[in-house]
Unconditional design. Structure first.
Length: 601
């Protein structure tokens, strides 16, 4: 059965390794699309074992001695998700509207302007044969949400065989994950995040499912997570020239998001989305022509109406913001991530972690240097992983045991790459500090790194009442800053109704508008950059700061004009927004290199 379009205007993005690893089993039957990270084959194998047991399915472990075990584990887990969601939807279609509940939930969750919701309301008011007829029609409209997978392109370590010999390029972590997805039975999308990886993108050419069939249908679709229009065009053309079509550009805020944060040079999301809106037809035509040229040699062609979807995710907090984004920028959908960490029906968050989120303060959400990738990482100060990291330092045992090695990239101390969060690496850094090679401040900075491989996978295992491998149970939480304004545990229906404006959850009254919050984050970011000790006040850095400030000021001017253009009822508290932007404008102007501790090292 071919996947048809989800009836919902929102999706649940990938969150960490474990928080959404089995989200499709929870929400796909209600037509809600979600994304699963597939880089950690150990986690996927553990979750396949756990869910096979729960579902009464046979389980045969895929041992590490089996050739290509990583890809096989990925395929096996994705096939489990596929078959179980198909079974759930089949059961849903066979439920009785008179006695069962889930079939009602499916239609109750829909936005009120969706045709199937209107049909459902009409059915409830009918009796006799007309009621039965409408029930049958509604059953035929039930479709599952898409089961999509996420590959962070930077997590692409080269691997060796059991004897330590280098394996071919296609056995790297990212390419292996892609092969596992491509060989699965899923009808869904792979989301490439964190930038262009030429080897990974080119590898997709090896699998026929990434190309259109004779009817123009693509079973395995490609979604690019991007931060701006230029990146979308560059990456989209790279793929299109190979005959690979990008079905969706998932625009994400550089800083107002969860997980790793890839800051732009001060470009704000409003102007970015405006550029996508303005150039949407050009983008579609450019990519369609390039893709058809690439497909010509294969005797294939895109469907005539092919155009990439444009969606946005990052920091959306209420239905007014969601609707404005959809309507003004003519988006095809939005992503709601971190708030779903408070919805046990949708994500896998262990009880201890859930309570820590609920107890957290706004100041506990911060952009950290915890990631071994060297990319800013959204973190929570009161997480159990942070407690564990500090405890290890106090015991003079800084760093983590490194078993999975997904982030082992540093060759600072030898040809064999190791992870900068590992105990081995930090032991060597400690020896450097003892010998005077590096300062104590530099060592302290190095010790901020944490083991994301274990910390981001643990919650899924703990949530199921099991113990993670080697009892590594500390959980890393990577929420977007927006989560600080949500307090409470919510049902799936409550959160979805909040998104669609059927109800309004009680949020922190101090929560700023999504555009304002992103701007605040960017101002904080450039202030921290300016305040960092520098060996010299280079002209390059000065130019960078001035460009950053100019882009922020241009963005503020865009928002000020946007507010004037919109009717007062399209945005909350218009006058307050105007004053907020004026205040932030002054803050940007006041950012100065004069406060930078130049010359200090």
């Amino acid at each position: 059965m071919k996947q048809t379009t989800s009836p919902h205007s929102f999706h649940i993005p990938v969150m960490g390794l474990g928080f959404t690893v089995d989200t499709p089993l929870k929400v796909a039957k209600f037509g809600i699309s979600s994304a699963v990270s597939i880089v950690d084959d150990f986690l996927l194998e553990d979750m396949r074992r756990i869910h096979s047991s729960k579902l009464g399915l046979p389980f045969v472990a895929i041992d590490e001695q089996v050739p290509d075990y990583k890809a096989l584990r990925t395929t096996a887990y994705l096939n489990l998700l596929h078959h179980e969601v198909q079974r759930q939807c089949s059961d849903l279609r066979n439920q009785s509207f008179e006695t069962d509940r889930d079939i009602h939930v499916y239609f109750e969750l829909l936005p009120t302007d969706h045709p199937d919701h209107s049909l459902y309301v009409q059915m409830l008011s009918e009796t006799g044969t007309e009621r039965v007829r409408l029930q049958e029609e509604l059953r035929s409209h039930i479709v599952p949400g898409s089961i999509d997978v996420n590959i962070m392109t930077k997590v692409d370590k080269l691997n060796t065989d059991n004897e330590g010999n280098p394996l071919p390029r296609e056995y790297s972590d990212a390419l292996t994950a892609l092969r596992g997805f491509a060989n699965s039975e899923l009808d869904g999308s792979v989301i490439f995040s964190a930038g262009l990886n030429p080897a990974l993108y080119s590898y997709a050419e090896n699998f026929s499912d990434f190309f259109p069939d004779k009817n123009g249908y693509i079973k395995k679709r490609i979604i690019l997570k991007v931060s701006d229009y230029r990146s979308a065009l560059i990456q989209g053309r790279f793929l299109a020239k190979k005959g690979l079509w990008v079905s969706e550009f998932r625009v994400e805020s550089g800083l107002n998001c969860g997980g790793h944060a890839f800051a732009t040079d001060g470009y704000l999301i409003g102007p970015i989305l405006e550029e996508f809106k303005t150039n949407r037809q050009v983008l579609a035509q450019t990519l369609r022509e390039a893709c058809n040229a690439g497909l010509q040699a294969k005797g294939l062609r895109l469907s005539e109406d092919a155009r990439p979807k444009i969606t946005y995710q990052g920091g959306i907090g209420n239905s007014e913001e969601d609707r404005f984004l959809l309507d003004h920028y003519e988006l095809d959908g939005t992503g709601w991530g971190s708030p779903f960490l408070l919805v046990p029906e949708a994500t896998s968050v262990d009880e201890d972690t859930l309570q820590r989120i609920l107890a957290s303060r706004k100041s506990d959400y911060y952009l950290s240097d915890a990631s071994p990738l060297g990319v800013p990482f959204n973190n929570l100060r009161n997480s159990s992983a942070e407690e564990q990291r500090m405890a290890r330092i106090q015991k003079n045992r800084a760093g983590s045991p490194c078993y999975k090695k997904f982030l082992s990239f540093s060759t600072e101390f030898g040809d064999k790459p190791i992870c900068t969060a590992s105990r081995a690496y930090l032991h060597l850094k400690s020896k450097q500090q003892a010998s005077g090679t590096i300062t104590s401040e530099e060592l302290e900075k190095a010790m901020e790194k944490d083991c994301l491989c274990e910390g981001l996978s643990a919650p899924a295992i703990l949530h199921e009442g099991h113990t993670p491998r080697r009892n590594l149970s500390a959980v890393t939480i990577c929420p977007g800053p927006n989560l600080a304004y949500f307090k409470g545990v919510f049902s799936l229906k409550e959160m979805v109704d909040h998104i669609y404006g059927k109800i309004s959850l009680s949020l922190d009254p101090q929560r700023p508008h999504v555009f304002v919050k992103e701007l605040q984050l960017y101002i904080g970011y450039i202030k921290r950059e300016v305040e960092k000790p520098l060996a010299e006040n280079s002209q390059k850095f000065e130019n960078y700061v001035e460009k950053f400030k100019k882009n922020l000021l241009d963005g503020i001017q865009y928002y000020q004009q946007l507010i004037e253009q919109q009717a007062a009822d399209t945005m909350d508290s218009v006058e307050a927004l105007k004053e907020e932007f004026r205040h932030l404008q002054r803050e940007v102007v006041e950012v100065s290199l004069l406060s930078s501790p130049v010359g200090q090292v």
